[in-house]
Design a protein around this ligand. Structure first.
Ligand SMILES: NC(=O)c1ccc[n+]([C@@H]2O[C@H](COP(=O)([O-])OP(=O)(O)OC[C@H]3O[C@@H](n4cnc5c(N)ncnc54)[C@H](OP(=O)(O)O)[C@@H]3O)[C@@H](O)[C@H]2O)c1
Length: 259
């Protein structure tokens, strides 16, 4: 299917691995000019080279407000106006809620809530000017259904979900859509950290913790990056122009909810 976005420019934050990279790959396949961001320079350059089609990479830490401005400025200088923004980063640490100290909460707020709001604010002027924009925030299924030991991640992402719901309605008349994409249990970097932590806590192997997760999913398998990226590209497409303010879950049926 032609997504109608060939030739547009996209910035993919946290786009050098896992789910962010899968979004970038699907957008490159749709003919979009992409800049990836991550903190690791060699890894980011390698990911950009692997995607090809002139994909660029800008190193920077989205949890740092000064670095955010540098990343956005660099992407805009390289590509021109940004029509598509995918916000993402590493997830906050797992663990019982009361074990996270104040500094860890503040870091998670910067990394997984304020960064997305800041980047969206920087991207909106060009999107308004063009009368077209797509913002996709990678959040988590835990916003719909809490998961053991993920209270910190759920708390800050619920905040982002509320802020983006408001913003989506504020910009809806300007051709700009804002949707959140909620991964379930996907076999990428962030999940590995969660099942490794479960294994260490419970004295079981990581393989057992991973298998137990897969068995909890109605589809009886973990998700993959390939399950995720094409959905992201669809939300960025012309065809998705009447969808905004939505929380789209990609989880193999994990969340048992009517809505
Ligand atoms: N996988 C799952 O099952 C699952 C489920 C629910 C929610 N999620 C959430 O979805 C997001 C992506 O998950 P994933 O499994 O794809 O993670 P991942 O494989 O660890 O990839 C994370 C990406 O973000 C980049 N990144 C991390 N911290 C950053 C920072 N401060 N500034 C800029 N870039 C940063 C990483 O590159 P560098 O390391 O080079 O910075 C990498 O490109 C995470 O927030 C995760 O918590 C994942």
């Amino acid at each position: 299917m032609d997504l109608g976005i060939s030739g547009l420019n996209a910035l993919i934050l946290g786009g050098t691995k896992g789910l962010g990279l899968s979004c970038a790959r699907a957008l490159v396949q749709a003919g979009v000019h992409v800049v990836l961001n991550g903190r690791d320079e060699p890894g980011g350059q390698a990911a950009a080279a692997e995607l090809g089609n002139g994909t660029g990479f800008i190193a920077g830490d989205v949890s740092d407000p000064a670095s955010r401005r540098q990343i956005f400025k660099g992407a805009r200088a390289r590509l021109g106006p940004i029509a598509i923004l995918v916000t993402n980063s590493g997830g906050p640490p797992p663990g019982p809620l009361e074990t996270h100290d104040h500094a860890v909460w503040l870091k998670a707020l910067e990394n997984n809530m304020l960064a997305a709001i800041d980047f969206a604010s920087m991207a909106l002027p060009d999107m308004r000017e063009a009368g077209f924009g797509r913002i996709v925030n990678i959040t988590s299924f835990t916003v719909r259904e809490p998961y053991p030991n993920m209270g910190l991640a759920t708390g800050v992402r619920a905040g982002l979900t509320g802020a983006m719901a408001s913003l989506a309605s504020e910009v809806a008349a300007q051709g700009i859509t804002i949707n959140n994409l909620l991964p379930g249990l996907m076999d990428t970097g962030a999940l590995k950290r969660v099942y490794d932590a479960q294994a260490a806590r419970e004295g079981i192997t990581a393989q057992r913790a991973k298998q137990r997760m897969a068995e909890s999913i109605p589809m009886r398998r973990l998700g993959t990056a390939e399950d995720f990226g094409p959905v992201c590209a669809f939300l960025c497409s012309r065809q998705a122009s009447y969808m905004t303010g939505q929380n789209v879950t990609v989880d193999g049926g994990l969340v048992r909810a009517l809505l």
